[in-house]
Design a protein around this ligand. Structure first.
Ligand code: ADP
Ligand code: ZN
Length: 613
């Protein structure tokens, strides 16, 4: 039996002193206690759940901690962040210049560091152990899903990590990831040879994110609306193809949005410029393919828009999860159309047409398709996809208050109305002999007497004008919803995509089966409704002018130190200062996110900015 977990009092003290936080988030205290007690642990927390503190707090308590991370691009920022909390941190990876490398080595040999970040490549070279003044107490493996073939970014070099970890048999191992599937969890435990690990699985829900799903009608206008709800704030717009990325970035710029394009076809230098510009808040919006993300640690991304359906729910969770990592309110909007699914099949077929991969893709697309069309709480759908309970333990029952369905913007059609509407559409397809695309179908249903309708004689069909009061975008969305529910299918190999009834579609026409249709009832009004997790609603509203001055000060301070602005203060802290308007160091110290190190370093400057107003 492993010893019962005990959280040393100094851990809570370190959290207050170093980070200015009052308490641990779910699973953090257990992770810290396990590591400090010498027990192996597997920590699964969603993005923004606070994984870094699980190993940084023990380091602040005097444990020697080695962190293995594959994201070299982020390491320097993580080191800078840890130093802000007063830790003695350093990094070893292949991108260091000679001076910095020798500085870190000297510090290592002298035993001056508490926290050492190292890339897997560097660790496998095997020279770190010899340079350390003593064996580490804790070895943390970040992004641990990289050891698993089942993970979405498997790294072969991670498979050899155990050999390197075995150099320090007495060190407690901590594996951390945001990937929640049981298969990946088991694989991590095996691959890293975790010894009877404590499994700490946090709830996947991200209550600070507002999720919205909208049929794509006018892409540019819909994206502009989201951008307009977050003036000047950081956001990511994902598109499927390079061409879409470039077009969208340009159109947004044409409408005065500070947007840059990013995709794998751009030169490395150009990509680096966009990435740096975004992280350092010189660029507000990046329009990108999914190539953009790994290695972006900006914690104050306030919105993520998908201009087309992503490839799977897992991808959606990961990509949308880049919003609001600081725990502040953020918005994730998915714009989808029926054609997106065909595009995914096309893109996948280009690289790997194996039947096995195709079946896997079909399953993934069906999953994200259900997410798009089901007029059910989006938070709930995401959580249940990962086999977790809804509502989260301890959370209130009822509407989430943070998705288009629960906010009353999208509603489910009553069952009988959905059935009748679906039957009207399906029988029209049947009367049109399954030889036409969505455009003609919509014209016929709406009773539009076009030349094409005349020539085909469709104005004589009994279904002509059967849905004449339905707006075109709604009809298009319903057709897509029927395709995703497998009641209609479109022949993607035809020159023009032709809609046909499926077996289930025929049966539904006869009243056999079920169908769900949703409709949009209101325009999104608010960017968010929920406040920071755990925070009460007693805070005064932030003084906007002061918030802007603080942001400006933060940008300048960060630039002078060569670190990203969020390393100086997260947005949540900045907003809290702008509402508390402290006039003394003591008052400033009460603000969440201001620890002693930050108070000493920035206190006077922040008070001066507050006093300016
Ligand atoms: P992850 O690596 O899991 O995505 P991070 O470690 O980057 O998450 O933490 C996300 C944000 O939450 C950071 O701004 C961090 O300072 C903040 N945070 C972490 N733990 C706490 C806590 N106990 N209380 C308040 N904020 C926290
Ligand atoms: Zn909801």
């Amino acid at each position: 039996m492993p010893a019962p977990l005990h959280l040393p009092a100094e851990a809570l003290e370190a959290l207050r002193h170093g980070w200015g936080y009052d308490g641990f988030r779910p699973m953090q205290a257990e992770a810290v206690a396990a590591a400090m007690g010498g027990r192996d642990a597997l920590v699964i927390l969603p993005t923004g759940g606070g994984k870094s503190l699980c190993y940084q707090v023990p380091a602040a308590c005097g444990k020697l901690v080695v962190v293995v991370s594959p994201l070299i691009a982020l390491m320097d920022d993580q080191v800078a962040g840890a130093r802000e909390a007063g830790l003695k941190a350093g990094a070893l990876h292949s991108n260091l210049d000679e001076r910095e490398r020798s500085r870190v080595r000297t510090a290592l040999a002298a035993g001056e560091l508490d926290l050492i970040y190292v890339s897997p490549e560097r660790l496998l070279v095997g020279d770190l152990a010899g340079r350390l003044a003593r064996a580490p107490d804790i070895v943390a493996v970040d992004e641990a899903h990289c050891v698993s073939h089942w993970g979405h970014d498997f790294r072969p070099e991670y498979r050899r990590l155990t050999e390197a970890l075995d150099q320090w048999p007495t060190a407690a191992r901590m594996a951390l990831t945001a990937t929640a599937t049981a298969q990946v969890q088991d694989d991590i435990a095996v691959q890293l040879a975790l010894r009877d690990p404590l499994r700490l699985v946090g709830h996947v829900d991200r209550p600070n994110l507002v999720f919205r799903v909208l049929p794509r009608t006018e892409r540019l206008r819909q994206i502009q609306e989201v951008v307009a709800r977050h003036p000047g704030a950081g956001g990511i717009v994902y598109a499927l193809t390079r061409k879409d990325v470039e077009q969208l970035a340009e159109s947004l710029r044409g409408h005065g949005v500070d947007a840059a394009a990013y995709h794998a076809g751009m030169a490395a230098e150009a990509r680096r410029k966009v990435q740096d510009g975004f992280v350092n808040e010189r660029i507000a919006v990046v329009v990108a393919t999914v190539a953009f993300g790994m290695g972006i640690d900006r914690s104050n991304v306030r919105f993520v828009v998908h201009a087309a359906a992503p490839r799977s729910v897992e991808h959606y969770q990961q990509e949308s999860g880049r919003a609001g990592r600081d725990g502040g309110p953020a918005e994730c909007v998915l714009l989808w159309g029926g054609a997106d699914f065909a595009t995914h099949r096309f893109l996948a077929g280009r690289d790997d047409p194996s039947p096995e991969r195709r079946r896997a893709l079909d399953r993934q697309l069906a999953g994200i398709g259900r997410y798009c069309v089901a007029p059910l709480c989006r938070h709930r759908l995401l959580v249940e996809h990962f086999d977790q309970p809804w509502p989260a333990p301890g959370a209130a029952e009822g509407a989430c208050g943070a998705c288009d369905v629960c906010l009353g913007e999208t509603e489910a059609m009553p069952d009988d109305e959905a059935m009748v509407t679906a039957q009207k559409i399906l029988s029209c397809v049947w009367r049109m002999e399954s030889r036409w695309g969505a455009g003609q179908l919509i014209d016929v249903l709406r009773g539009r007497d076009t030349d094409k309708v005349q020539r085909a004689g469709h104005h004589r069909l009994t279904t002509f004008g059967l849905l004449k009061d339905a707006p075109e975008p709604a009809l298009r969305a319903w057709i897509d919803q029927l395709v995703i529910q497998d009641l209609l299918t479109s022949d993607e190999n035809a020159e023009y995509p032709v809609l046909m009834l499926t077996e289930a579609g025929y049966r539904l026409c006869k009243g056999d089966g079920t169908v769900r249709l949703g409709r949009i009832t209101a325009r999104p009004a608010k960017a968010s409704r929920r406040r920071e997790r755990g925070a009460g609603t007693t805070e005064a509203p932030a003084d906007q002018a002061l918030a802007e001055r603080l942001r400006q000060w933060r940008r300048e301070t960060a630039a002078a130190q060569g670190v990203p602005p969020y390393v100086v203060f997260p947005d949540t802290t900045l907003t809290a200062i702008a509402s508390a308007k402290p006039s003394t160091l003591d008052a400033l110290r009460q603000v969440k996110g201001i620890g002693d190190a930050k108070l000493a370093r920035y206190g006077a400057a922040v008070l001066a900015v507050v006093a300016e107003g």
